[in-house]
Write a protein that binds this ligand. Sequence first.
Ligand SMILES: [Zn+2]
Length: 445
Amino acid sequence: MNSPFRTRPTPIRTMADGTVKQVNPFTGTEVWTVPGRGNRPLSHPAPHPRPLEETDHETFCAFCAGNLLSTPPEKSRLERAADGSWVQLDSLLPAQVTESVPEFRRVPNLFEIVSYDYWHQNFGFEMDPRTAERMLAYLEDPAGLDHVLAIVRTRMRASGEDPSTLGTAELLEHAPGYFAGGHDVIIARRHFTDDAVDDSQLASSGTLTPEEHAAFIRFTVDGIRDLYKRNRYAPYVVAFQNWLKPAGASFDHLHKQLVAIDERGNQSNLEIANLRQNPNMYNEWAVDYAGYQNLIIAENDHAVAFAGFGHRYPTLEIYSRSPVAEPWLQSIPEVTAMSDLIHACHAAAGADVACNEEWHHKPIDVDIPMPWRVLIKWRVSTLAGFEGGTKIYLNTLSPQNIRDRVVKRLYQLREAGMIAGGIRIATECSVERNSLKYNPLLNNN
Ligand SMILES: [Zn+2]
């Protein structure tokens, strides 16, 4: 095996002048942080915010709650019941969709990365009977038929095709992708915070309450489970969140994406090969190493967060300590613990900071245990030009700088009651080694 870790380099080395050289233990990515560039603020708030009009809370973009039929037919939604509990409703018809406002909804992506046709033509994929029934019921409903035809026309026009020459039957050939596709978007209700007065006050992951955020995470986890269940050819479901345009988001409206794919990707294959050599590598090379370097930011009973190293962008890493690899098989307290730390990390960065939230979990056909983990990468400016020739990336913030910024803010947020209870910060964290319990060999401790 051609592993770069036969002789493993030290993940973090601080030079005499203060330059911090990092190597990612899983990817081999080399990153330098040079001194004197890290004191700038992370975000650059909009210089000229525009006052909001009354309708902006409802119809600012296609994901807004006043435009529920601008997206393809909804697969599932999470509503708040009168008693405050959460209710999940699946497969609603258009009249039901607009009857109430969901807090979170899962809909097919209009511009899918991997299409229904891809699965159909390459694998002979056919939609499952339940989904076929759902599509039939939707198309038998006159408002449902109109909605699907409008979505197909919108999509064709967006790719430069003219739908006006096509009849209903031809347009409906595109319908299966909007019911049985493997690329979903999970959309939160708010575009702006409830008390926003101008368009700079966006509702982000960090502006949700911890309890709302936990519902968002559980609903996302359920979407992953559902995509695996409905496509036997998908060994992996990618989950991610792009926040703001510098991070690749098409709308500044909070949403996550799920994409079922037919490969694990090279990166993942390399990681799995390393894992076979050292089944305890996520404790040894990630969490415990971060502990030895004083990079642990926060923990609670079932998860831990630390300042990442060897990443192109400043990164926070949140690991589940659950012995269960699959997020959808974990207990509610375990999933909530992950949610609470993800939420706290977003709240600490603030809604102005563009970021990618990347989820990693054990591909469904992998036999060796891996922990669920989530990386939050701040898309703050980096220095161009240097990287191309060397493959050494310059990151303006060292792991220690990231830790200091986040820890300081977490204390303030906790004081203000803005993050979940049960979070221990920095020096309050336990010194337990091998605290990730994904590895069955460690579970007898
Ligand atoms: Zn919106």
